[in-house]
Design a protein around this ligand. Structure first.
Ligand code: BEZ
Length: 273
């Protein structure tokens, strides 16, 4: 039985205490310049969404709005949301003709407003997966579809391991903040969806090695995406770990002057029962 609206609200307000999403400074310019691959790759998952003209579609975690705009090209009426004010401001600047709102993924306020919910490269940032899943369920009309892709089990394992190894070598392991990303297996994620009223039609877990821009690509990636790992460390210690981690990765992940990150994606298509 899917939860009732009052259960949803109770869960969102008084449920177990979850870690807050990492306080990342979402630098929209660095993101667009260095990490535009996030939306470039996301275009592929749009094929699973197959948006139709006139459909109402919610894009959760819209970032700088590129994929929201691609969805809108189909003639669908799309709302892009992101928990980062900086990203929503950038989206509005990039696509002034479209609708964007600052909304946290664990507090989606919608009730059967959408034919489909789409999300790319966002769910791995969310700790309170139950609140997210319940919110997705309630956002959709009956029979509506959820299409999402994010980091799956084993995602960026080499980078996580290298940062851990560097911290250990420098005697700083106890201060490293770990496990703040959610990279589930197919079994874990589909079970979560099924328990919350979804029927899963397709689930893929696949390697997608991802080139990082420039000679400092790995360094820039860690700077943008992993500062939360270092939040209990002094600046100097954090830099030392980061530099050593990059050195450790160099022989395997910097080939022919190209940095590669070992991304693994979980791609899902599910329907609201
Ligand atoms: C990802 O898209 O898989 C990802 C991006 C940043 C940090 C962690 C994972």
């Amino acid at each position: 039985m899917p939860p009732t609206t009052s259960q949803v609200l109770e869960n969102l307000r008084g449920g177990p205490k979850y870690k807050k999403m990492p306080e990342i400074n979402w630098d929209s310019e660095l993101y667009t310049k260095q990490h535009h691959f996030v939306s470039d790759y996301g275009a592929d998952v749009l094929q699973w969404l197959a948006p139709q003209s006139g459909e109402h579609i919610l894009d959760v975690g819209c970032g700088t709005g590129e994929l929201t705009a691609k969805i809108a090209e189909s003639g669908a009426i799309v709302l892009g949301t992101d928990s980062s004010e900086e990203m929503v401001t950038a989206s509005k600047r990039n696509f002034p003709e479209l609708e964007f709102e600052v909304i946290d993924g664990t507090q989606l306020p919608y009730l059967e407003n959408f034919d489909a919910v789409f999300s790319n490269a966002t769910f791995h940032w969310i700790d309170n997966q139950k609140a997210l899943t319940i919110g997705l369920y309630h956002s959709l009309k009956k029979g509506g579809r959820l299409v999402t892709e994010f980091g799956g089990k084993g995602n960026i394992k080499s980078i996580i391991d290298a940062v851990g190894q560097a911290a250990q070598q420098l005697g700083l392991e106890s201060k490293l903040n770990k496990d703040f990303w959610f990279f589930p297996s197919i079994a874990d994620y589909t079970t979560l969806l099924e328990k919350n009223g979804f029927e899963v039609e397709q689930a893929w877990l696949f390697h997608r090695p991802t080139p990082l821009n420039g000679e400092n690509g790995m360094h820039d990636w860690i700077t943008q995406f992993a500062p939360y790992a270092f939040k209990n460390l002094e600046g100097k210690s954090a830099v030392a770990i980061q530099n050593l981690a990059v050195d450790l990765l160099k022989s395997t992940h910097y080939v022919n002057h190209q940095w590669m990150a070992d991304y693994k994606r979980l791609r899902i298509k599910a329907f609201k029962r």
